[in-house]
Write a protein that binds this ligand. Structure first.
Ligand code: FEO
Ligand code: CA
Ligand code: CA
Ligand code: CA
Length: 601
């Protein structure tokens, strides 16, 4: 169908052209401000950011490094305030410390790194009539969670021998969270966050001789002698030869109650352990929560968890206490995708098969439920702690790096960003299939999954590819059937979210088309389905994260600006956001329409 008429509601703006400016470039007619930067004080007593006098103590009260996922929640009783929860995925020491020596980090630098990881909870306020959004330091709800904050382990693997260490013989109390990537907000008002590339913090994998342990470590990418940041020199728990089970205490989804700064955050073992990218909830037709979850690694899997308990509505103490157990009991599944076109028509180029669509059916394969394992040769505890190995045995479909996932609040269809997989089709690796149809896939795709009866609890589904990303002039791309001469080029979809109109907003990480990463909006239904439009671009070296699209505001986390090979404090690749002579600082930005109007109206 020809694309006549105006863009879909919510997407009526002039797209930003691809560019390589060291700036956040927003669509015409919009303004922006930096809401909060790495190092800005948020807790009482925290000092202003001073890169020459940074300390672990200061950092523990300041906004952390490399903001990724963001959640925004209304603050009850405070109309002008919203609560921002931001993850701090990892640290870039060469861009944080002048003269940093990667071979000889100091204890203080390691401890600053611990304090710069985790999450921040910070209240924000709109400056009346100005459109600007600013952080409210010292608000009673502000909180920092770091790599040393105590967590409670819950669910079926809590207390397992596989989780016990000399510091924690109970296997129920872990210090800290690491590499928090995507996340989600539950219908009962808590925030979830996935621990992703936790393997990089652990040393000594090469020296483990027990074959079972070595195979487990290898499947999770813990194979090196020293770790990248050398934290094992300052805390034995990061050395698997000294504390073999510490690594099993990372790679979980965590849940925090952002409205109770005194609450103990939790690690949820029922959701399995892998490089958790995101955890996005939906309810089954009978009111039980379901979480969709990706494992971001080349050829890894897509999962869901279905709770066995119904959510209780309201904010009573009984409801809150009940709802905090919802993610501890249920069934963990992994996805198997089957194409409906003959395999001979999937040639690895991205060319559409004869039925005109990459599509098919699929099933959810159960892995474990409570203390019952469905995987021969593995106990339920082993399934939860070594979920990747369980999914290998179950015959799940090897995907092109499942990143964020988002169910459409309008249609219930579930969207999965498969960011790229340059190893697809290589010798000894899985070849292209209908759900992952390109070999050497540089640009990624977005898959749309519809549960049977549109019930999140179903064990069967259908699916089709919504976007096969890249340069629209490349014949191996697909934009939901929309004319390709009218869309913005897009590469490496990562974090995704929906606006109130049902448009999908996609942020990218690793744009392989030679221009900077950015944020894009696209209609998912109607005659404009597949019309991708770029809303903003981010500075040199940055990825675009956390997008939140509200009626009159778009929030984006600009993660790792200036991250380029060879870059350092002395030789910066980016001077965003504060200009030459200042450290580049990962920051959250807010964008609004200069005339105060509705975004995309
Ligand atoms: Fe932290 Fe898979 O992105
Ligand atoms: Ca097909
Ligand atoms: Ca990501
Ligand atoms: Ca999301």
């Amino acid at each position: 169908a020809a694309a006549k008429g105006r863009a879909a509601r919510g997407l009526r703006f002039s797209p930003v052209a691809p560019n390589t400016e060291d700036a956040v470039v927003v669509a015409e007619g919009h303004d922006q401000n930096v809401v909060i930067r790495w190092g800005d004080p948020i807790l009482r007593g925290a000092p202003a950011f001073d890169p020459d006098r940074q300390s672990a103590k200061a950092q523990a009260g300041q906004f952390g490094y490399n903001n990724d996922y963001m959640a925004v929640l209304d603050v009850p009783g405070e109309r002008d305030h919203q609560l921002l929860v931001a993850n701090h995925e990892y640290t870039d020491e060469v861009l944080m410390f002048s003269g940093y020596d990667p071979e000889n980090p100091t204890r203080e630098q390691a401890e600053i790194g611990w304090a710069a990881h985790g999450l921040s909870v910070v209240v924000t306020a709109e400056e009346r009539g100005l459109g600007r959004l600013t952080a409210v330091p010292r608000h009673r709800l502000n909180r920092r969670i770091t790599a040393t904050t105590p967590f409670e382990v819950t669910g079926p693997a809590a207390g397992s021998e596989l989780l016990r260490t000399s510091a924690d013989p109970t296997g129920r109390r872990v210090l800290g969270t690491l590499n928090n990537c995507g996340g989600g907000i539950t219908p009962w008002g808590t925030v979830l966050s996935g621990e992703e590339n936790f393997n990089q913090y652990f040393a000594g994998g090469d020296a483990v001789t027990d074959p079972v342990t070595a195979a487990r470590l290898k499947r999770y990418g813990i194979t090196g002698a020293a770790s990248e940041r050398k934290w094992e020199r300052f805390d034995d728990r990061f050395d698997v030869t000294k504390e073999p089970n510490e690594t099993n205490r990372f790679g979980w989804v965590i849940e925090i109650d952002p409205f109770d700064p005194e609450s103990t955050p939790r690690k949820l073992t029922a959701l399995g352990r892998f490089k958790h990218e995101a955890a996005e909830p939906r309810l089954t037709t009978d009111g039980r929560p379901v979480l969709y979850m990706g494992d971001d690694e080349k050829f890894d899997y897509f999962y869901k968890f279905v709770s066995s308990k119904r959510m209780m509505k309201g904010n009573s103490r009984t409801a809150r206490e009940h709802n905090r157990t919802l993610l501890d009991e249920g069934t963990l599944y992994v996805a198997k995708f089957t194409g409906d076109s003959p395999a001979t028509e999937i040639d690895g180029s991205g060319k559409l098969p004869r039925d005109g669509e990459f599509d098919g059916a699929g099933e959810w394969i159960p892995l474990a439920s409570g203390d019952r394992s469905f995987v021969p040769g593995m106990t339920a505890e082993e399934v939860y702690v070594f979920t990747r190995i369980a999914a290998d045995k179950a015959g799940a479909t090897k995907m092109d790096r499942p990143e964020d996932v988002e169910p459409s609040p309008r249609t219930g269809r579930v969207y999965i960003a498969l960011t790229n997989n340059t190893d697809r089709g290589k010798a000894g690796k899985a070849p292209a299939d209908e759900a992952n149809p390109r070999n050497a896939n540089k640009h990624g795709q977005i898959l749309e999954l519809t549960e049977r009866w549109n019930n999140a609890g179903s064990t069967r589904f259908t699916w089709r590819l919504f976007l096969v990303c890249g340069d629209p002039e490349d014949p191996g791309t697909y934009f939901g059937g929309f004319p390709k001469d009218q869309v913005s080029p897009i590469s490496c979809p990562d974090n995704i979210t929906f606006d109130a109109y049902g448009n999908l907003w996609i942020s990218t990480d690793g744009n392989a088309l030679g221009s900077h990463d950015g944020l894009f909006g696209v209609a998912t239904s109607g005659s404009r389905r597949g019309e991708v439009k770029q809303f903003l671009t981010v500075p040199t070296g940055a990825e675009t994260c956390g997008p939140i699209v509200q009626e009159r505001r778009v929030l984006v986390a600009v993660q790792h600006p200036g991250e380029k090979d060879g870059a350092s404090v002395e030789k910066p690749a980016s001077t965003w956001p504060d200009g030459p002579g200042k450290l580049t600082r990962p920051s959250v930005i807010s964008v609004w329409r200069r005339d105060g109007g509705t975004i995309g109206a």
